[in-house]
Design a protein around this ligand. Structure first.
Ligand code: 13P
Ligand code: SF4
Length: 302
């Protein structure tokens, strides 16, 4: 029996579904039932009828899946797959800021712990952050934890006062204007797509800014044949599958090491042992669910 057959067998025995983020290594994307962006994965987690969710991604994504599907077993095959940006905002820090700005709404990017979500009014992903902030009646918004995404959202809502948290994604924040311009010189016909976790300077020179799933839509609707991909490297694998024939040029240094922890053998082990399991208290699930469900109701924005 080959590896793919073994995974199919275990999935059937466990009634499991495998969800994988667009930044997962190609071989993990290939064995997943659903590959997508943070919003798509949350939607899948909320609607699955599987008993077990194997989450190939990072900690906050698996936690969100548990919050949205509390009766399911949610397994993160590599427990050390943690998002460093999510760790840049703790619930204690946020509680102090919340006290200082009692009139403000708290909008939490999904890249946060369940404890931070529990203190928030609503969650968002890079797909719908602009739309979510626009729906908030409050003029003042505490946006956590990504300062780059928050500053990008501010461009669309000049009448709001967005208080930026000093968090950032090391993978995206390290992409420079020089990196993009070098690739543009090598591929003068290519369109530049970047993720809103990039810096304002990088966003300013892009032809298109969106979530990873938004990039797929853009590529499909564009006449262009070549695209510089200003996000995590393995997004180019997903893009090549969705738009075969088009050429995708990655920023070679844009690697998220935590997304690369998951391997085929860790997925098989997870299916065999049904561990390591995500556990959250019922109170935490209840408190974090409201802002996540509010986000899912608002839906996609790009
Ligand atoms: P999206 O896939 O939602 O665009 O998010 C990117 C990301 O960095 C997730 O950690
Ligand atoms: Fe976190 Fe950045 Fe990795 Fe996404 S790419 S999981 S934001 S470190």
């Amino acid at each position: 029996m080959n590896v793919a057959e073994r995974i199919q067998e275990l999935k059937a025995q466990r009634n499991a579904v495998i969800l994988a983020h667009n930044y997962q290594p190609p071989e993990v994307q290939d064995i997943a039932d659903f590959v997508g962006d943070s919003l798509g994965l949350s939607q899948q987690a909320a609607s699955t009828d599987a008993d077990v969710i194997i989450f190939c991604g990072v900690d906050f994504m698996a936690e969100s899946a548990k919050v949205l599907s509390p009766t399911k077993k949610v397994i993160l095959p590599e427990p050390d797959a943690m998002c460093p940006m999510s760790a840049m905002c703790t619930d204690l820090e946020l509680a102090m800021v919340k006290e200082k700005y009692p009139e403000a709404a708290i909008v939490a990017y999904v890249n946060t712990s369940a404890a931070v979500k529990a203190l928030s009014d609503v969650c968002c992903t890079s797909s719908n952050a602009v739309k979510v902030v626009g729906k908030m009646p409050q003029e003042q918004i505490i946006f956590v934890p990504d300062r780059n995404l928050g500053a990008y959202v501010q461009r669309f809502h000049p009448n709001k006062q967005i208080l930026l948290w000093p968090g950032f994604c090391p993978t995206h924040d390290n992409i420079t204007v020089d990196d993009i311009n070098t690739l543009k010189r090598q591929h003068p016909q290519a369109k530049v797509m970047v993720h809103p976790e990039c810096t304002a300077e990088v966003i300013d020179i892009a032809d298109h800014v969106s979530s990873t799933e938004g990039m797929i839509k853009y590529v499909r609707s564009s006449e262009a044949q070549e695209f510089i991909v200003g996000t995590e490297l393995d997004m180019t694998y997903r893009l090549s599958k969705e738009a075969p024939g088009k050429k995708f040029i990655p920023v070679p240094e844009a690697i998220c090491p935590n997304m690369k922890r998951t391997t085929i053998s860790s997925v098989i082990k997870a299916l065999e042992s049904l561990s390591p399991e995500i556990t959250l208290s019922p109170e935490m699930i209840e408190a974090a669910r409201r802002p996540l469900e509010r986000m899912i109701e608002i839906g996609r924005g790009d």
